[in-house]
Design a protein around this ligand. Sequence first.
Ligand SMILES: [Mn+2]
Length: 361
Amino acid sequence: MFKNRINKLREKMESKNLNAYLIINIENSSKPSSYYLTGFTGSFSIICITQNDVKFMTDGRYIEQAQKQTGVKPIIFKNKLSEELKNLLNNLPEGSKIGFESNTVSSNIYLKVLKTFENYEFIPAEDLVIEMRRTKSEDEVKFIKEAAIIAEKALQETLDTFIVGMTEKEFAAKLEYNMKLFGADNYAFETIVASGFRGALPHGIASNKKIENGELVVIDFGAYANGYNSDITRTIAVGKISEKQKEIYNLVLKAQTAAIKSAKPGMRYSDLDKVARDIISENGYGEFFNHSLGHGVGLEVHESPRVSKASDIISKPGDIITIEPGIYLPGELGVRIEDDILITEDGCEVLTSFDKNLIIL
Ligand SMILES: [Mn+2]
């Protein structure tokens, strides 16, 4: 698997006239690329890929793990970064063009280390791997599906033991615990449980607020397993809710369903965003849908492609994206519904399957 990816990267390097591609992964700064290309899951790796060689460096903590995961004997990092990089790059001829990930290398390392190599030209080239990662293989689809199933089982289990008056934090803690019980290596991101008026905060991390009767609760969460993430949101109701709350829920559901129905390859993602946005706007709530429709999901919770009103990206088979419209009335309530979908040859496949009929606890 990884050999194919490295060869694909080499083709891309050639087309960009790059002599080498350098990954600097410090404290997980480039864990996704490092993992994607070599299978290494540790927090520290420096990788230099050329047309006929891969040099893999890690520190003493990871020697055994690195050898197992990558199949190559790692070079051991024990000196200063600048010294080690000098050794790693010393076979490259003067004037070599080295692609690097300008989005993950800190300005400190760029200015104090990379810039001091006068013999080489460092060229931002993160797009090469980002573009490769965008199109998911069958295995990757399977991993994301598994992460979705874990998350959904955990939600069901948590809802089954829900008691009115429990805090958002208690709910989130149970949900995260259940995800691990069902096989997640971790949760994908800080779980959002936003009840009642807090629902209007689209990224309202679970707080000490109690979840009360008459409230809608936005639950946005995901599991991380096999290196891949799922990202799902459901909004549920507690006790007796008003007609207005129901009306807003149904409107978001209508927009979300319509967007999923229209998702197919060859469309501009801004047009997909528009499908959902138009439905919400026509019903007078346009200004309260204040984020984009979705985003790519995979090794990272947010990755390429962007699915927003400004996105010129054209959809293609293998894209896995979220569809997550919402309406947020400040001080009052919030509703968001989110699924993960795979763009296929003739439409899309929905990878998440948790019930979207309004659940009233
Ligand atoms: Mn999301």
